[in-house]
Design a protein around this ligand. Structure first.
Ligand SMILES: NC(=O)c1ccc[n+]([C@@H]2O[C@H](COP(=O)([O-])OP(=O)(O)OC[C@H]3O[C@@H](n4cnc5c(N)ncnc54)[C@H](OP(=O)(O)O)[C@@H]3O)[C@@H](O)[C@H]2O)c1
Length: 312
């Protein structure tokens, strides 16, 4: 009898949890994002998820500061945004693979007069294709750390306002910082060791910082996508498990200000849950098998390109 009660209770708890998940992913309303401030800053804003975020935030009435490497692509994106939405759009050229003191000062200066409510730390860099760590070039090793971890850490510090007394989210007591992680940061990922470790840093940093700032009116969240149809993913066709950047962001923006870590696309969240159920040895074998296949394809393409070059 007691066992039956325990089983009933467990089933009821599971049922409630499933209902809550359905609410969270499909029904929960997004927050009023303009409450955080008038401006949004988006890094890596000229393509993929970052560009979709810039569009979505402008659609919601926020002014947007676009940040990326190429002046030409920034101007193009700004023009596209201004053509679609009646908001102010500004741009800043930054190469996050070299985010030194001078570059950080330039960002600080640009932000000094803006009421920045939202920072989307989106910029990221993965391997050209899955490889053994020792096969990466030194420059790639350095860039992966800089672009994924340093950029996010420093940008967060700049928008918060630092010990020099610069104005920011802390003095205004409002703001949201969204850091882009990756599903690979949740698992032991052979042939993607550095990227996955960098993304694990993104999640841990967000959780710690979010806990520190909870009482100060600032929401920090790590968003953890799996594949999205962008240049980085090298996938063109969208599907239920691989959304377009627009569909992904439409969903992701609705989760801002809630959990400390979330995989905003429901099918990604489900895949991560299933992966976590597997014994570690099985998930590692599975990812190794997947990544070895991608490596093989990538090496073949490299070889074809080299032969083409020789023939010219
Ligand atoms: N797509 C996926 O399947 C996927 C999955 C998991 C996680 N993510 C994460 O999602 C984020 C966005 O990825 P994405 O796929 O949307 O990327 P993407 O389509 O390749 O776009 C990257 C953006 O970042 C800019 N950028 C690249 N390197 C830069 C640098 N050194 N300094 C400044 N800007 C730079 C690019 O513009 P310029 O080249 O003009 O500077 C572009 O605007 C990343 O953090 C990534 O790790 C993506």
């Amino acid at each position: 009898m007691e066992l039956l009660s325990v089983l009933c209770l467990a089933a009821a708890a599971k049922g409630c949890h499933c209902l809550y998940l359905a609410y969270k992913f499909f029904l929960r309303p997004g927050k009023e994002l303009k409450q955080y401030g008038q401006w949004a800053v988006v890094t890596g804003a000229t393509d993929g998820i970052g560009k979709a975020y810039a569009m979505e935030l402008a659609r919601q009435g926020l002014n947007v500061l676009l940040v990326a490497r190429s002046e030409e692509r920034l101007t193009e994106t700004a023009k596209e945004l201004k053509g679609k939405y009646h908001v102010t759009v500004d741009q800043l050229k930054v190469d996050f693979s070299n985010f030194d003191a001078a570059a950080r000062e330039a960002v600080k200066e640009k932000l000094a007069t803006l009421d920045v409510g939202i920072l989307i730390n989106n910029v990221g860099l993965s391997y050209p294709y899955t490889k053994y760590f020792h096969e990466l070039k030194d420059q790639e090793v350095a860039d992966i750390m800089e672009v994924n971890m340093s950029s996010m850490t420093w940008m967060s510090r700049i928008v918060l306002g630092d010990e020099s007394g610069s104005p920011g989210m802390l003095s205004r007591r409002r703001g949201a910082i969204v850091n882009t992680s990756s599903g690979s940061g949740r698992a032991t990922s052979p042939l993607l060791a550095e990227y996955s470790a960098a993304k694990a840093y993104v999640e841990r940093f967000s959780m710690g910082l979010g806990a520190e700032l909870a009482s100060k009116g600032i929401d920090v969240q790590a968003q953890t996508p799996l594949y999205v149809t962008t240049k980085m993913a090298k996938i063109r066709k969208s599907s239920m498990t691989v959304p377009s950047p627009q569909s992904y962001v439409e969903c992701a923006a609705r989760h801002i200000g809630y959990e400390a870590v979330i995989s905003p696309w429901w099918a990604h969240s489900l895949q991560l849950w299933l992966l976590a159920l597997l014994p570690e040895a099985v998930s590692v074998k599975f990812l190794d098998w997947q990544h070895q296949a991608i490596r093989k394809k990538g090496m073949k393409k490299d070889q074809e390109k080299a032969e083409e070059k020789k023939g010219q």
